[in-house]
Design a protein around this ligand. Structure first.
Ligand code: SAM
Length: 675
């Protein structure tokens, strides 16, 4: 867990430049090939991919609520995805769910994507929705959500062979696209076919526009029965077929039990069936995001909250800032933050209109000293982060944008801004599948083995609720439950300051060692203090002064304007909940005794090969440890947890999932010989 292997970003080389022919059809300069048939790309998609995977027929026979998963190599313009989504709307039952996973190594720009798809006015509604959510060319996973969660696109900007080798979910149908094997031999490799087979099951089908014999042989070698059919347009033939490893000779048959990772302790529990009803403790960003993600996946959620409304704890500050602090070279933690930032932006776009509670006014991260300026320069030179995500801004331009004179420039996050976390929680919880129980403090959770249920009790010991599947999302208070005693949660006290203002001249969020957002309802909110091992809930004048000093560093003119108001300042104290590695804790909760027993060999050999699957506390999950970054990590973590619980494809790489796994602490302690 210590080294950071290269992120998917390192295989990307920015936006792919295109050529356009006289008919306005896109052509790859790199591969000198067209993205789709010049005869009729949409009909080609429908013929090659939908018809030869028998999709409409297979969708019609799905059980209510059942999900169907498609895997694709080469997202390109997204035409295959859009035509598939359009057909899904027409043919699948309204409760079924579509997962579409597509890998793209050379992403198109948003403008080129729109231009290519504008060839199909009949797809305009789908094109608009895709373009609105289309991510910048940052390597890794991007989860896009459509049709109230019924259609989920996991767009992976990475090399297909690398990404598909790591896929965990079972794919029901493969769209093997990608330029022709003659022009793109690197992609159509034995590794790709092995990865495709590893994520296939007995009913998995595939189709491809290519009829190359190398493709046929490659697929047959990994267990696919391959057929030929007439190709589309000028193409003579295409290939399609089904995964039939049983037809292979015994020694060639792939083992279906081969683990994807040699760290079985990080495997997720395999629940017998998707839980129909799930209970959650906590209605802050973590609880609300988890509830929403589960509700969108068709689960009924019972949510218990000590306070009278959502976002009473650390998520209750009037304004939270939405941006990601990025390092020069991506680390696991920065990849999670960047992925989460982009995920939250898309969620806000779906859930809140810009206005009173969410303002994408931009965030300027000021370079307040030489060290920070040097770091920002290196970050921009690294080429890791596209312009649309973050770009340099001079002191003069920053001053114009902010509406106040600033002595330093810095980095501009043009899509960032501020949001009211409590309002976002409220919006997420307003879903027909979510049933909120406010003013219900849960003092203890205890597993009843006879009923196989968790018993939730009030401070007076009254039994309030029983749940077979429980998610604990109440930040540092979770540490009071003995079942979670192994999780090293620490509360970090933070005080924000709010003062009234007559002039609300600040136009953008400023960040340095603290932050301040444009005024909301004639009040400026800024902060925040950061105190470990301090459980004092009282608002302190000294912290108000500290917060004002943070503003003074960034914008003396604004600090001068705020100073006279400080005597009448209102403050709010919250407790951020953080893990020692400052990463969220998301997933099933390990059974400590079983882990210590089963993985004891790690004490003497950190690389010990152990095959024992992990034992978890039955039906117990957590979404915790978001520190001060809940706005960018909690929604993504909610989606991840919901996917783990409902066996869907995850929104982040397996490596990043392991970095968030609650079992990481017990495994580290075993390896260090502490337990
Ligand atoms: N399915 C696409 C559509 O609906 O527009 C068309 C795909 S286009 C023919 C092939 C795509 O494969 C291109 O976007 C190309 O960048 C991508 N590609 C080529 N080699 C790749 C690789 N090794 N890994 C991932 N994607 C790759």
């Amino acid at each position: 867990m210590r080294s950071n292997p290269p992120a998917a970003a390192s295989v990307l080389s920015g936006i792919e430049p295109l050529r356009w022919d006289t008919l306005g059809q896109p052509l790859s300069r790199r591969f000198n090939d067209f993205y789709f048939s010049r005869v009729n790309g949409l009909e080609e998609t429908q013929y090659v991919y939908l018809r030869h995977n028998q999709l409409p027929q297979r969708w019609q026979s799905l059980a209510p609520g059942q999900a169907f998963c498609i895997g694709e190599t080469g997202f390109g313009t997204g035409l295959n995805f859009l035509s598939c989504w359009q057909a899904w709307r027409e043919h699948a039952a309204p409760t079924s769910r579509l997962h579409f996973i597509s890998v793209e190594r050379h992403p198109l720009s948003q403008q080129d994507l729109r231009r290519a798809l504008s060839l199909w006015p009949q797809l305009a509604e789908f094109t608009d929705a895709l373009v609105a959510q289309y991510p910048p060319p940052c390597g890794g996973f991007h989860r896009l959500v459509f049709d109230q969660g019924l259609v989920q696109l996991t767009l992976i900007f990475d090399d297909a062979c690398h990404a598909i080798a790591q896929l965990e979910p079972r794919v029901d149908a493969w769209f093997l696209d990608g330029f022709s094997p003659a022009k793109n031999p690197e992609m159509w490799s034995p590794e790709l076919f092995k990865g495709v087979a590893r994520s296939s099951h007995r009913n998995t089908t595939f189709s491809t526009f290519s009829a190359a014999s190398s493709v046929r042989r490659g697929l047959e070698a990994v267990g696919f029965a391959v057929n030929k059919a007439p190709g589309f347009g000028k193409k003579r033939e295409l290939l399609y077929g089904q995964y039939r490893p049983e037809l292979m000779s015994g020694s060639d048959q792939p083992r279906s039990d081969q683990p994807c990772s040699n760290q079985p302790w990080y495997a997720h529990p395999s629940l017998a069936a998707d839980p129909a009803s799930i209970s959650i403790i906590g209605a802050g960003l973590a609880g609300a995001s988890t509830a929403f993600a589960l509700a969108e996946r068709g689960c009924q959620v019972q949510l218990f909250e000590r306070g009278a409304e959502p976002g009473c704890g650390a998520s209750g500050n009037p304004q939270g800032v939405l941006y990601a602090k990025l390092p020069v070279a991506p680390t696991r933690s920065s990849r999670i933050h960047l992925n989460g930032y982009l995920y939250s932006l898309r969620l806000l776009q779906r859930q809140l209109s810009p206005g009173q509670h969410w303002s994408p006014c931009g965030v300027i991260q000021l370079a307040l000293d030489d060290r920070e300026a040097d770091k920002q320069r290196k970050l921009l030179q690294s080429g890791q982060y596209p312009d649309s995500l973050v770009r340099p801004i001079s002191a003069a331009a920053a001053s114009v944008m902010a509406g106040y004179p600033l002595t330093a420039g810095g980095l501009l996050f043009p899509q960032g801004g501020w949001v009211s976390p409590a309002e976002l929680c409220r919006k997420l919880l307003n879903h027909p599948n979510i049933h909120c129980h406010f003013n219900q403090p849960i003092d203890s959770i205890q597993f009843d083995p006879a009923r196989q249920q968790w018993q939730l009790r009030s401070p007076s010991g009254a039994l309030l609720h029983q749940a077979a599947t429980l998610v604990v999302a109440n930040a540092h208070e979770a540490g009071h439950f003995p079942a979670l005693a192994e999780l090293p949660l620490k509360p970090i006290r933070g005080q924000t300051t709010s003062v009234s203002t007559q002039s609300s001249a600040l136009k953008t969020v400023l960040c340095g060692n603290g932050y301040i957002a444009p005024a909301k309802q004639q009040r400026y909110c800024f902060g925040a203090s950061f105190d470990l091992n301090d459980l004092d809930t009282r608002v302190r004048t000294s912290d108000h002064r500290h917060n004002l000093a943070l503003i003074e560093q960034m914008c003396p003119a604004l600090a001068q304007q705020l100073a006279p108001q400080l005597a009448a300042a209102q403050g709010r104290v919250g407790f951020r909940c953080a893990a020692p590695d400052y990463l969220p804790i998301v997933g099933a909760v390990a059974d400590p005794a079983a882990y210590i027993r089963d993985y004891a060999a790690l004490r003497s050999n950190a690389k010990a090969r152990i095959d024992t699957p992990p034992t978890h506390l039955p039906g117990l999950f957590v979404n915790l440890g978001h520190g001060s970054k809940g706005l960018i990590t909690a929604p993504l973590a909610g989606a991840l947890l919901a996917d783990i619980m409902t066996h869907g494809p995850a929104p982040i790489e397996p490596e990043l999932q392991r970095a968030l796994n609650p079992a990481r602490f017990i495994i580290k302690r075993l390896i260090k010989g502490i337990i």
